[in-house]
Design a protein around this ligand. Structure first.
Ligand code: NCD
Length: 347
């Protein structure tokens, strides 16, 4: 199986064998992501990060992952500081940047725009989120986290109940993740959202066609009750059509410690692609869960590094050369990253 030279535009291009290959490489990246070892497998290579929408973790974790393979990163953020503000087309921008870098990561507010970048170049293009469309690398790191949290291999989630909560209509991460999990057999998806933000019908139909159960509810407690994993999402304020009435919805779909203890099975894993919208509290996963061992959100962001390292190594064809250039890292690193972390980093 070969990823070399491929674009990564959506999760449909993955089958279970490809996911397994990616996860096997990501496992091998863990000592580098934990900063125990250094590798120069991508020494001399340059990654171009073009982010035309707000981002903290995707932009920085793509960049850090590339750096941790020994490569360099060049980036531009927003339209205002790029030549697109002067009317340059996606085609021209993509072709121009291809002469500068070896791989492109693009985030863009319009669905399909990243595919347009890919059509204009022969270097690999990775979709870092295209409007309400897809966010394939987030889905891959979510799937990786889910497998590690439940100690399962991809392909063995059969019978699991996955609750997806919040903005299932405009949230691209949940679109990509549910489509990717459709590679498994017999998942029960419980979609807890207000009717205006439910999972798109076409996606529900697709999951059912593949033999999965999909249930929809407007009651959060109902949705959480039998979940093995809860995937909460932020209401995508920036994508909502004008006039959509969502008064009180954030509060109704917020999970806090009391609700978790009252309705969730012991051990239910709590995930979220982040950011949590902390302008109101309780937010989607309230701050009073921060010390809860079930809260996997920061382990999830941490796993973004090995997964994105694996993807870069595979699309640039060096996945099996990472260890040959390795040496020990010597600088200080804490045993745990966060003051509330319940586990050492990246186990
Ligand atoms: C998400 C995104 O940008 O789609 N964030 C991320 O990349 N982890 C989720 C969101 O913005 O709500």
């Amino acid at each position: 199986m070969d990823f070399a030279g491929e674009h990564v535009l959506g999760v449909d291009q993955f089958d279970l064998a490809k996911v397994e290959r990616l996860f096997e490489v990501a496992d091998r990246m863990l000592p580098y992501a934990r900063r125990e070892r250094i590798t120069r497998a991508l020494e001399g290579a340059v990654c171009g990060n073009l982010f035309f929408e707000p981002s903290t973790r995707s932009r920085l974790s793509f960049g850090a992952a590339f750096n941790r393979l020994g490569g360099h990163v060049r980036e531009t953020t927003g339209f205002a500081f790029s030549s697109m503000a002067k009317g340059e087309s996606i085609h021209d921008t993509s072709r121009v940047v291809s002469g500068y870098v070896d791989v492109l990561v693009v985030r863009h507010p319009e669905e399909g725009a990243v595919a347009e970048f890919a059509a204009a170049t022969r270097i690999p293009v990775i979709n870092g989120g295209d409007g309400p469309g897809e966010h394939p690398t987030q889905a891959l790191l979510d799937y990786y986290t889910l497998c590690r949290e439940r100690e399962l291999r991809p392909g063995s989630l059969s019978g699991a109940t996955i609750a997806v909560v919040g903005d299932l209509k405009y949230g691209r991460t949940v679109h990509s993740l549910t489509k990717l999990l459709a590679l498994e057999n017999d998942i029960r998806f419980v979609c807890a959202a207000p009717p205006q933000l439910q999972l798109p019908d076409a996606l529900v139909a697709k999951l059912r066609e593949r033999g999965h159960r999909v249930e929809q509810t407007g009651d959060l407690a109902d949705g959480l009750r039998e979940a093995d994993v809860v995937y909460a999402t932020r209401i995508q304020q920036e994508r909502l059509p004008a006039g959509l009435e969502l008064e009180g919805v954030q509060e109704r779909f917020a999970i806090d410690a009391a609700l978790y203890d009252r309705v969730c099975r012991p051990g239910t894993v709590l995930m979220h692609p982040l950011p949590r919208d902390s302008r109101n509290d309780p937010n989607e996963l309230s701050n009073d869960l921060n010390r809860h061992p079930a809260l996997a959100i920061f382990r999830q962001t941490d796993y973004g590094i090995p997964v994105r390292m694996a993807l870069f190594a595979l699309v640039l064809g060096v996945a099996d050369e990472v260890d040959t250039t390795a040496r020990e890292a010597r600088w200080y690193r804490p045993e745990r990253f966060g003051p509330h972390d319940t586990r050492p980093m990246l186990t």
